[in-house]
Design a protein around this ligand. Structure first.
Ligand code: PEP
Ligand code: MN
Length: 263
């Protein structure tokens, strides 16, 4: 179902008036975690002003340590929805558990499947039963073929609105958090009609590499970006080191407009 042979034309997914795929640029921006209403209001205002068209924020967090902040859960989803509505932005948030899918669908416009759950087939099937668009991150050790099979799990349940997201893979390299497989963009474009966005934040792990990698992704043909932005990264409860401050995000957006005028 995901193959270009099956469907030669690009899939365009529309969420709250924003088109994803087919030459449109979707810019998803916001903090790693929803921390408070005040935090979301500050960040949403900034990213919207800079030109982002979708608001991100994690309410269920897949943390490496069980003792680390795990997210605000449903309270976080409520904040994300309210702030998204306030700024007229569709919202995206990660779902980690099959039992939370129905609840998440009530609040979000796009369900995110994180890298750690990219082969959680029960979860893929469950989001496949909804009709809410799904952003499917590439598993950190997944080949492109395996990743597309994960998309197939979602689509075979009836949900054809899948957005792929390259977020870096694990390699022997330790200088950055992950290795951004920018080649995945043209390869995916050849193999599938589904849109592909790039998350340079989780690939880099360091904010200063996010701007060059974002531009590289756009030039490579990505349909958009997912970027972590925080107004006070030193105090962020998760992923502060890789989060752009709002003025850096605005710089990035200005540079994107120079190379890709269609947003
Ligand atoms: C996230 O988007 O905050 C996240 C946890 O991403 P990933 O699944 O790519 O690590
Ligand atoms: Mn994060």
């Amino acid at each position: 179902l995901a193959s270009r042979d099956f469907q030669p034309y690009d899939t365009i997914i529309e969420v709250g008036g924003v088109k994803i795929g087919g030459g449109n640029l979707a810019i998803m921006a916001g903090p790693c975690s929803v921390e408070s209403e005040e935090q979301m209001m500050i960040i949403a205002e900034e990213v919207k002003k800079a030109g982002a068209n979708i608001l991100r924020g994690g309410a269920y967090k897949p943390r490496t340590s069980p003792y680390a902040f795990q997210g605000l859960g449903e309270a976080g989803l409520k904040i994300l929805r309210q702030v998204g509505d306030r700024f007229n932005m569709p919202v995206i948030s990660e779902v980690m558990d099959t039992q939370d899918v129905k609840k998440c669908v009530k609040y979000v416009d796009i369900l995110q499947i994180g890298t750690r759950n990219a082969q959680n087939f029960a979860l893929l099937r469950e989001v496949g039963k909804t009709r809410t668009p799904v952003l499917l991150k590439r598993g950190m050790s997944q080949t492109i073929e395996e990743w597309l099979m994960s998309a197939e799990y979602i689509m075979s349940e009836g949900n054809k609105s899948v957005i792929l997201c390259e977020r870096g893979i694990r390699t022997f390299e330790t200088a950055t958090r992950n290795t951004l497989d920018i080649l995945a963009v043209p390869v995916i474009k050849e193999k599938t009609h589904l849109p592909i966005v790039v998350d340079p934040s989780h690939a880099a792990g360091v904010w200063k590499y996010v701007i060059p990698m974002s531009l590289a992704a756009i030039v490579a043909g990505a349909d958009g970006l997912e970027i972590e932005v925080h107004h006070d990264p030193e105090k962020a409860v998760s992923d502060g080191a890789q989060s752009l401050k709002p003025h850096k995000f605005a710089t990035l957006m200005a540079e994107i407009k120079n190379i890709a005028p269609v947003i």
